[in-house]
Design a protein around this ligand. Structure first.
Ligand code: ES4
Ligand code: ZN
Length: 334
């Protein structure tokens, strides 16, 4: 049957969303005007928020999307901009019954334009505090290294984030951007250091590239979570290991369809992962770009797989128990 009302009421945890990927076209144009940021004049997609949204519906690949994603975020300049961005996401997430969110951000995309890391972090922290006070929604920040940038430059960015990783303002380390040709092991120096400090580790792997990238993220980087990770059926031994070690896969169904990684949601390995007890969560990735927030992704999975209440309960429980919040917070959510 259709469980969409149950899925809306279900307390949800989000593990895979990029705050910069929640920048809706209307806010993008508003910030561009306010901050006097020039958007590309040679691309008609930037004529209006309607044309931009229409272009978002025609992505051909991860890189095609990343082109727009990195232009969009150049409109973010002040602490208030980062605060508004994150607060708008938390508010929307709360409206869909998200009770806890672990969210990525890309400091390298901002510091290379002259935005100070403190500006970004202070803006996000204000939004996090407001979300907690107003909605009871808790959140954690995960800093992403951008793998289209050299491992040496990424390591510098990691070292800049390290004090805030150690003091808990940032909960963990991630790896994103162009996957193919930039395998996880290249970023070993940063991950090894983070591991020494006992930090939480994840990486985007097995999105566009093959399952060997997932293996490298686990073996070479020590990741305990993998973002996207939809290629596991190609390595049955590794699949068993994910189940045994409870390595969480943060899937993003609408993202995969919009970026043409799959043709449609039924192609996702949801049945295989449920049968093999590989833990996974369902997430929005870049909701302003892919046409839906977490609820639309949950409903898309239900349309495709017609899961039972028991299966949804298992998905929701795994999302809570494999979160990177405190044990006390998990107990509150269970
Ligand atoms: C991303 Cl869908 C996706 N893949 C890799 N990196 C990303 N950064 C933001 N969205
Ligand atoms: Zn992502």
């Amino acid at each position: 049957g259709k469980l969409h009302n149950l899925l809306l009421d279900l307390p949800k945890v989000e593990h895979h969303m990029h705050l910069e990927g929640s920048l809706e076209p209307d806010l993008l144009f508003e910030l561009a005007a306010r901050n006097k940021i020039d958007l590309p004049k040679d691309d008609e997609a930037f004529a209006s928020s309607e044309s931009l949204l229409a272009r978002y519906g025609r992505f051909t690949s991860l890189d095609d999307f990343l082109h727009y994603y990195f232009i969009g975020m150049t409109t973010l300049v002040t602490g208030e901009d980062f605060e508004s961005l994150a607060y708008a996401y938390f508010k929307k997430a709360h409206s869909q019954n998200v009770v806890h969110a672990e969210v990525f951000f890309d400091p390298q995309a901002h510091t290379t334009r002259g935005v100070k890391s403190e500006t970004i972090l202070e803006g996000f922290q204000k939004a996090q505090r407001r979300a907690k006070d107003e909605f009871g929604l808790t959140s954690e920040l995960i800093v992403c290294l951008l793998r289209h940038i050299s491992p040496a430059d990424c390591h510098q960015a990691y070292l800049e984030a390290l004090p805030d990783l150690k003091n808990g303002k940032i909960r963990g380390l991630g790896l994103s951007s162009t996957e193919k040709g930039n395998p996880p092991h290249l970023y070993k120096e940063s991950y090894e250091d983070a591991k020494k400090h006992g930090l939480r580790l994840t990486a985007h792997a097995g999105e566009e590239a093959d399952v060997s990238y997932m293996k490298s993220a686990v073996d070479d980087l020590g990741c305990t979570r993998i973002d996207h990770g939809i290629k596991l059926r190609d390595d049955p031994e590794l699949l068993k290991r994910f189940a045994r070690e409870k390595i969480l896969i943060s899937m993003c169904p609408m993202s995969n369809v919009e970026l043409r990684v799959i043709k449609s949601i039924p192609e996702l390995p949801v049945r295989e992962y449920l049968n093999a007890k590989v833990p996974f969560s369902i997430n929005s990735d870049d909701p302003a770009y892919f046409g839906g927030y977490i609820q639309e992704n949950y409903c898309g999975v239900q349309e495709a797989f017609n899961l039972t209440v028991e299966e949804w309960a298992e998905i929701a429980m795994n999302a809570i128990t494999l979160s990177w919040c405190s044990e006390e917070r998990k107990d509150e959510m269970l």
